[in-house]
Design a protein around this ligand. Sequence first.
Ligand code: SAM
Length: 264
Amino acid sequence: MLRPKKSLGQNFLIDENIARKIVAALEITPSDAVLEIGPGRGVLTKYLVESAGKLLAVEIDRALVAQLSERFGEAENFRLLNEDVLKLDLTSVLNSRHRWKVIGNVPYHITSQIFFKLFEHREKISTAVFMIQREVADRMAAAPNCKDYGILAVFCQFYAEVEKLFHVSRHVFAPKPDVTSAVIRLKMRQHLPIAGTELKIFTEIVKRGFGQRRKMLRNSLQKTTDLSVDWDKIDFNFERRPEQLRVEEFVALAQQIAQKQIRS
Ligand code: SAM
C-alpha cells in the first residue's frame, strides 16, 4: 500500500460504518450527480458509485488516481480527474442542467478555501457533506453570542443552511490525525437577499466588525471603513458588538449603509 502523504492531508478513514453514515447524510437518489473531493483510497467512493446516477471524483495524488481508476474505472457512472480541486474550473465541470451534490473528507488545511469556492458556484450545487476538523465545524455552525461565532459562521450561514451532524473520533483514521473530526451538511441557499454593492458592503462590515470583535461597531465600522456614509441617518444601535448580530442583521445593516452612502 502507498505511504500516506502528510502534505496532502492524507488521513484515510478506515471505519466502514462511518463511511456509510457520511454517504447517507448526502441523501443520494439514483438521478443525482455527485462530486467527490479527495477520494483517497475510495472508502466513500464505493458507496457513492453504487448510489449516484453520476459520480465525478477529483483527486490530486496521481498514485491514488491510478489505484482508483483500476478499482472503479469499469463503472459507467464514474469519472475521475487527477486535479487540484482548488485550481479546477468548476464552471465547466458542473456544467449539466441538474444541481450537484458534493462530498469529501477534505484535507484540513484547505477546508475554508474549498467552501468559499463552492459558495461561488452555489447555484449549481444543492447539498454538500464534509468531514472536517471539529473546531472548524463548531465555528461554521455557531450561533450569535458565543465564542465560536465569527466571520466563518456569518459567511457560511449566509450562503448555506449549516447543520453539524456528528463527531468522528481520530481513532478511525490511518494515520490518526491530531484532532477530532465532525461531519457537516450544507444546504446551499439558491436565493440570496443581497447582491452587488450591498453584498460588497456586507462582506466589508462582517470582516471589519470581527477584525475587532470586542469593540462596539461604532469603533470598528464608523472609524475605519473606506465607506463614505451618513452614519447618523442609519437606524441601528452601533454600541452593539459584532458577535451579537445575527446574519440577517448584518444583511439589513449592509442594505441601510448602501442606501445612505454619500456619492461623490
Ligand atoms: N476520502 C478519503 C477517505 O475518507 O479516506 C481520503 C481523505 S484524505 C483526508 C484527503 C484526500 O484529499 C487525499 O486523498 C488527498 O490526496 C486528497 N487531496 C488533498 N489535496 C487535494 C486537492 N487540492 N485537490 C484534490 N484532492 C486533494
